[in-house]
Design a protein around this ligand. Structure first.
Ligand SMILES: [Mg+2]
Length: 305
């Protein structure tokens, strides 16, 4: 049981990084263009970064994981400083919204003030997927305590994305993930989450209810947080293998690296590390760090408190 759960933790972070790397080359392409260029993309290939490179999704998720294992718990200020340190290392890509916040922090403003200023200027167009793509480590750390999963999912989103839909999507995704880590099947995990988070925005609940009935052509792939949540849940619901789910997701195009990361973390947690194709994992240099952080989060979670 312990070993099985550790494999789910590892599958989650490795799945996130592998999904990010698989989607990276087709990030921002419409579906027809992915098809024209690749037929069906099934391999980790070169894109705007060398093959196997991950992007901001993995970098921020690992920053969150590192903050959690160093402190043993979530701390918004520490997480914000880790994001700022990453930003100052001049990463190749930073999402538009997160960049606005981190630029203000880089000038010396506290994250709360920076985020408020960006929100005041750009709301309501601030419900991007930039906090959903990195939130999985909260579910890993707190999976035994659903109230903590919900509370800290909101808190980690608030650091850059305080929009209610962004926060609610992180909480929804992480509760599903926490139940999957416990070994729930799909129906049990969704049923539980719908019940515990029945007060979520109606727009979110409607999207989730429609997931079982959607075809690939109808799945959202934009950077809007509800599109990304829908895409990840859709892949998990409709596929039984990590490979099939991730090939389906990244070939939809759109925000393919983020969709790959969010779907990959959920599929990896659901199926365990063994389900992540070895050939894909072997091409992603971040995998050893994912394995190490997953194991440390597992020890913390099992120690309780
Ligand atoms: Mg990215």
């Amino acid at each position: 049981m312990q070993t099985e759960r550790l494999r789910r933790f590892q599958g989650c972070l490795v799945g996130l990084a592998v999904g990010d790397a698989l989607g990276m080359p087709v990030e921002g392409m419409p579906r027809y263009e992915v098809q024209q260029r690749y037929g069906v993309l099934r391999e980790i290939v070169d894109g705007w970064l060398p093959a196997g490179s991950t992007t901001d999704d993995t970098a921020q998720a690992l920053a969150l994981a590192e903050s959690l294992v160093q402190l043993g718990r979530f701390d918004a200020d520490d997480f914000a400083l880790k994001l700022l340190a990453w930003f100052r290392s001049h990463p190749p890509d930073v999402g538009i919204h997160t960049r606005r916040v981190l630029e203000l922090m880089d000038e010396g403003r506290h994250w709360r003030e920076a985020t408020e200023a960006v929100e005041a200027q750009h709301a309501p167009y601030t419900a991007g997927n930039g906090s959903l793509m990195r939130c999985a480590p909260i579910a890993l750390r707190y999976y035994r305590d659903i109230d903590a999963v919900i509370g800290y999912s909101h808190e980690q989103s608030r650091v850059t994305h305080p929009h209610p839909l962004a926060r609610a999507a992180c909480a929804f995704y992480n509760v599903v993930l926490a139940r999957v880590l416990r070994g729930d099947d799909k129906e049990a995990a969704i049923g539980y989450t719908m019940e515990v988070l029945s007060h979520s925005p109606a727009e979110l609940l409607e999207r989730v209810r429609a997931v079982p009935f959607k075809d690939a052509e109808e799945v959202g792939t934009s950077g809007f947080v509800l599109d990304t949540l829908e895409c990840a849940l859709w892949a998990w619901w409709h596929y039984e293998s990590f490979y099939d789910a991730l090939v389906a997701v990244v070939n939809l195009g759109g925000d393919a690296d983020t969709n790959g990361a969010v779907a990959g973390a959920l599929m990896g947690a659901y199926l365990g590390l063994e389900a992540v194709p070895g050939l894909w994992a072997s091409r992603v240099p971040d995998v050893p760090r994912c394995l190490e952080l997953a194991e440390r989060l597992f020890r913390l979670a099992e120690a309780g408190a």
